[in-house]
Design a protein around this ligand. Structure first.
Ligand SMILES: [Zn+2]
Length: 334
């Protein structure tokens, strides 16, 4: 954000710099595109769907990178029972036939703990790539773009001294359907089960009711979850964010207002809305306000082997990340 950076330099030079006067969207560090690029090169080097060996390596790598920033990391390993593709379109055979495969899934949680805070804001992205039938799926935009952004955003948030709530980055595993289409599990598979959002449903299912809110499970700190800011598919050129009707309306109003303030309304410059079913939905269903910052219109490479690094625009990633940081700064207040 050029305007913010100039302002920051001016304030620093005046000698009147005070961390408590940081404006929304004004980071204390310059946005480090080189870090984002090198993270993306690792994340999108190979296909890495849920349950793959490569996905396990990415979980380890996200842990290591987050710890290097100074975050407290928990890798939550759980079993995702996915519809077995062998039975897609069949009636399922005998009654006793097992129709699902048990895969190892891993959510990665990286916490920026504010001492004595009783609230937490979640910052999310899925980090699995889609299994494709048309070729290898590298998932550079969907969703290497937001997975890499989370690391850099957390590095920036670490420098904020006036947070009143903790912030927890969440890399969700298994957002993508294991079967070819999003609703195949419910509609074309004899298991008749939801086949997507495995990681987000897992964490949302662990939240605990606490004083008319939802709190993290005790082993993650037990703080009240104020909101989830989810990022997905933010790396295409000339990024435009979708007015998502499944997101919390107050958070959407906040995002649109910040976009006007920071980018003259370029990100939400469209007049219609869509429903983007994504990792924010299980949290909305639990009563946690959540928003999906997603470009669900720029779909030339979506779920294609062409979703590779060379189609990305790193300025798009930066812009949406600046918006997300401005939201985090607003939300991480009492
Ligand atoms: Zn996808």
């Amino acid at each position: 954000m050029i305007r913010g950076q100039i302002l920051l330099i001016a304030v620093l030079m005046s000698g009147a710099f005070c961390k408590s006067k940081v404006e929304p969207g004004q980071a204390l560090l310059p946005w480090d595109e080189t870090r984002v690029r090198s993270a993306l090169e690792f994340l999108a080097a190979e296909p890495h769907p849920l349950g793959s060996a490569r996905q396990g390596q990415l979980a380890d790598w996200l842990q290591k990178e987050s710890e290097a920033i100074g975050l407290t990391v928990t890798v939550d390993t759980f079993t995702a029972s996915v519809p077995d593709p062998a039975y897609l379109g069949s009636s399922g055979g005998s009654v006793m036939q097992k129709l699902t495969l048990d895969l190892t899934a891993r959510n990665v949680y990286a916490q920026l703990k504010v001492p004595n805070a009783d609230c937490v804001v979640l910052l999310g992205s899925h980090y699995d790539s889609k299994r494709l039938e048309t070729g290898p799926g590298f998932g550079a935009n969907d969703s290497g773009s937001s997975s890499a952004a989370l690391l850099e955003i957390m590095r920036q948030m670490k420098e904020q001294s006036d947070l009143k709530c903790s912030i927890m980055a969440v890399w969700f595993d298994g957002e993508e359907a294991y079967l070819p289409e999003w609703r195949d599990g419910e509609e074309r598979h004899p298991a008749r089960q939801q086949d997507n959002l495995y990681g987000s449903r897992h964490l949302a299912g662990q939240l605990q009711s606490c004083a008319s809110a939802q709190c993290l499970p005790t082993h993650l700190g037990g703080e009240k979850v104020k909101a989830l800011v989810l990022l997905d598919m933010i790396g295409m050129p000339n990024v435009k964010l979708t007015l998502d009707s499944l997101s919390d309306s107050q958070l959407m109003n906040m995002a649109v207002a910040l976009d006007r303030e920071m980018f003259q309304g370029e990100l939400y410059g469209r007049s219609y809305s869509k429903s983007a079913v994504d990792d924010h939905v299980p949290f909305m269903e639990k009563g946690v306000p959540a928003i999906d910052l997603i470009d669900f219109d720029n779909l030339q490479t979506w779920h294609q082997p062409s979703d590779r690094l060379e189609t990305l625009d790193y300025k798009s990633i930066e812009k949406v990340s600046q918006l997300a940081m401005a939201m985090l700064l607003k939300l991480a207040q009492p």
